[in-house]
Design a protein around this ligand. Structure first.
Ligand SMILES: [Zn+2]
Length: 472
């Protein structure tokens, strides 16, 4: 349920989507709107104070808001206070940015919605029946939600409510969805490690990871990015189709507005799916790092490819779109969180061309690499990862030796059954039901014979978890 985590030291924020009941939905919207009105009033007041050559600080703004009649601010007192402090923070940010020479304006825009903040134990608390109650101030009904499940993005464990900080209730206008932003503190695992692992990042396959195991073997795991490509393609196509219809329409008409909303929904949905995908990639990569006891994680430095004019000019329209939508940085950030290691970078030029055995430069053909000199063949991304590994260890591309084996594993970032696998699974379930319905057929040997027909998952090589496999 927790979707995104943003890192700030060892503090993280989980974003949990929530569904509010009818009355609470209305109540939350009204409260967000009131918060926006208070924000607007405070902003106006600060501007008028500036005209009088006074410069109110955060407590002055707080006093101004709390002095308003309580009927005008149907919120928890802390929610109002935090609103005042947020405005003071925004003003402080504006001042630093202006000092840094940026062209910025002090907060001035009229808001329609402001997120609501709830402090621990005062603004929010867990009810005796295990639900989350958000207070809108004394004497007013609370907003009550099912208790969200917050998962620590680094350790994978659940974070108990006692470790949560100040919760924000936010309305996502594009997705038309409520979400809770729940900050928590996490302890970084100081796991032991001695090894070095290398990452080659790419558009088709987001990550290929390489590590030496023993004297004569390099293990490489290539993580497939098929799901992300499908999501992006679907989004680009959907948005493109709507854009085309919009271009023929009059601005501000009812149909125009409806289409704009549909476009936002498509984008919001894809954003959520891609965020999930990035987390999955990072968690597969972190597993690799932990399994191979990584002390250092080194990635090829591809920062700036997105902006490199020479590459971009030579790239076609579609490749340019792919490059601009590449979420490499996000995946690296998630990986650093999950593995508890910083990601180092080195110059990776030539890493996908150089032969890891004889160091001859070859042109890779599609996803496949074949050396014209020594006849070495391998997956292209595995070659990239292996070369980066060698350069990270020795400072240059060094031959891995003639009898070193590169063992390549392919992983899909998101585990999802194919149509064939789903069908086979349904078949097994039907057989199981039939077997259970007549007593003589419930003998164990038959059951195991059936479970063997569960197809092996082609991407991982592991057997798909059929229902009988679990029983046996
Ligand atoms: Zn070669």
């Amino acid at each position: 349920m927790s979707v995104e985590t943003a890192r700030a030291g060892d503090k993280r924020t989980a974003i949990c989507r929530v569904t509010l009941s009818g009355t609470d939905y209305r109540r939350a919207h009204d409260a967000c709107h009131v918060a926006a009105l208070l924000w607007n009033q405070a902003t106006e007041w600060v501007h008028s104070e500036w005209k009088e050559k006074r410069s109110p600080g955060k407590y002055a703004i707080q006093r101004f808001l709390t002095a308003l009649p309580s009927g005008e601010r149907p919120l928890h007192a802390h929610t109002t206070e935090i609103l005042a402090h947020d405005l003071a923070d925004a003003i402080a940010t504006y001042r630093t940015n202006r000092k840094a020479g940026m062209k910025v304006r002090a907060p001035w825009r009229k808001k329609n919605y402001r997120p609501l903040s709830f402090t621990a134990n005062f603004g929010w608390r867990v009810t005796p029946d295990g639900r989350l109650a958000l207070s809108l101030g004394r004497g007013r009904p609370r907003i009550v939600l099912p208790l969200p499940r917050v998962q620590d993005s680094a350790r994978g464990e659940l974070v108990e409510a006692s470790r949560w900080g100040e919760i924000q209730l936010c309305w996502d206008r594009d997705a038309r969805q409520w979400s809770l932003h729940i900050p928590y503190e996490t302890v970084r695992e100081g796991s032991e490690g001695t090894n070095l692992i290398a990452i080659d990042e790419g558009i088709i396959n987001p990550m290929a990871l390489a590590s030496w195991v023993g004297e004569r073997t390099i293990e490489v795991t290539v993580i497939n990015g098929r799901e992300a490509r499908a999501v992006k393609r679907r989004r680009n196509k959907g948005v493109g189709a709507i854009q085309k219809r919009l271009s023929r329409m009059k601005d501000g008409s009812k149909r125009h507005r409806r289409l704009v909303a549909a476009k936002k929904r498509i984008k919001a949905k894809a954003t959520g799916q891609l965020r999930d995908f990035d987390h999955q990639v990072a968690s597969r990569a972190a597993n690799f790092a932990i399994c191979h006891q990584a002390l250092r994680i080194v990635a090829g430095d591809v920062r700036g490819i997105e902006r490199n004019t020479k590459q971009r000019q030579s790239a076609g329209r579609h490749l340019r779109q792919q490059l601009s939508q590449w979420s490499r940085g996000t995946q690296e950030r998630y990986l650093a969180e999950k593995a508890g290691r910083e990601i180092e970078h080195l110059n990776e030029s030539g890493s996908t061309k150089t032969c890891p055995k004889c160091l001859r430069s070859n042109r890779p053909w599609g996803r496949h690499y074949r050396c014209q000199g020594c006849g070495f063949t391998c997956h292209r991304d595995a070659v990239g990862a292996t070369n980066i590994l060698q350069k990270a260890i020795h400072g240059e591309y060094l031959s891995i030796g003639p009898d070193t084996e590169i063992r390549v594993t392919y992983l899909r970032a998101v585990e999802r059954w194919s149509k064939d696998q789903r069908q086979a699974h349904r078949l097994v379930q039907r057989r199981k039901a039939r077997a259970l319905s007549s007593a003589p057929n419930r003998a164990l040997p038959q059951a195991t014979a059936v479970s063997e027909r569960v197809p092996a998952n082609p991407s991982t090589g592991a057997s798909a978890p059929g229902p009988l496999a679990a029983v046996a």
